[in-house]
Design a protein around this ligand. Structure first.
Ligand SMILES: [Zn+2]
Ligand SMILES: [Zn+2]
Length: 232
């Protein structure tokens, strides 16, 4: 089985990222991962990209951070896939199977609603996973709308950064929500530091492209890895 990280940040791409791409990829290799989906923040205050730049420059800088991660990962034999963690209306959306080139054409994403964003991503052939939909934390503004199941494709039912006892039920609620609505499930570390790498999805065949990854999720393939004690 091949282990794929589905949610991680680097200090080059995310303001909250505390380890560099080189440090992160080193640790993924050491822990036996086969691949990593890089999901830096875009577009919130947590992105490393200067919000004063034009939309096209922002997308360009975001892509630069991904390219650093891709090179560092490939040097260590990892398969690296492009992703985005996009924040809109209280939702953190892992956005898959889209390219920076596609994003370039949509400056309206800066000011769109949750449903407009999801509709447009789907129109581009992309896939939307709601990351940690039930997280409550001091830095998360109080939610004014419930998680929405009609515009997303999947739910992150195990978020490794939710793993401490105080927030463990946030994953439980996400799991129940996915089952209730028949949504695909993902697991990922949401790692911001090398010490946070703890989960992912095992696949029988390793996806080589975001399209293959999304296809496997649509088919319900993959076994969620919810603890680094499972690493083999
Ligand atoms: Zn972050
Ligand atoms: Zn994240």
């Amino acid at each position: 089985m091949y282990l794929l990280e589905t949610h991680m940040h680097t200090s080059e791409g995310s303001r909250c990222g505390r380890s560099s791409a080189a440090e992160m990829m080193e640790e993924y290799g050491r822990k036996g991962y086969a691949g990593v989906v890089v999901t830096n923040h875009f577009y919130t205050q947590q992105t490393k990209v200067d919000p004063e730049l034009s939309w096209s420059d922002r997308v360009e800088k975001y892509r630069d951070a991904f390219e650093i991660a891709r090179k560092e990962g490939m040097r260590r034999g990892l398969t690296i896939l492009f992703g985005i963690e996009f924040h809109v209306n209280y939702y953190d959306l892992l956005t898959l199977n889209i390219t920076p080139e596609q994003f370039l054409k949509h400056p309206e994403f800066y000011n769109c609603s949750f449903t407009e964003y999801c509709d447009q991503i789907h129109a581009m052939g992309g896939y939307v996973v709601n990351a940690h939909p039930f997280r409550e934390a001091s830095y998360v503004p109080p939610r004014t709308c419930p998680p929405n199941h009609t515009h997303i494709d999947g739910v992150e039912t195990f978020n490794g950064a939710n793993g401490n006892p105080a927030s463990i039920n946030h994953n439980g609620k996400a799991h129940a929500f996915a089952l209730q609505h028949g949504l695909a499930q993902t697991a990922g570390s949401d790692a911001h530091h090398v010490n946070m790498i703890n989960s992912g999805i095992y696949f029988r065949t390793l996806p080589q492209t975001p399209a293959q990854f999304v296809d496997l999720l649509r088919r319900g393939e993959g076994v969620l890895c919810k603890s680094d004690r499972e690493f083999r």
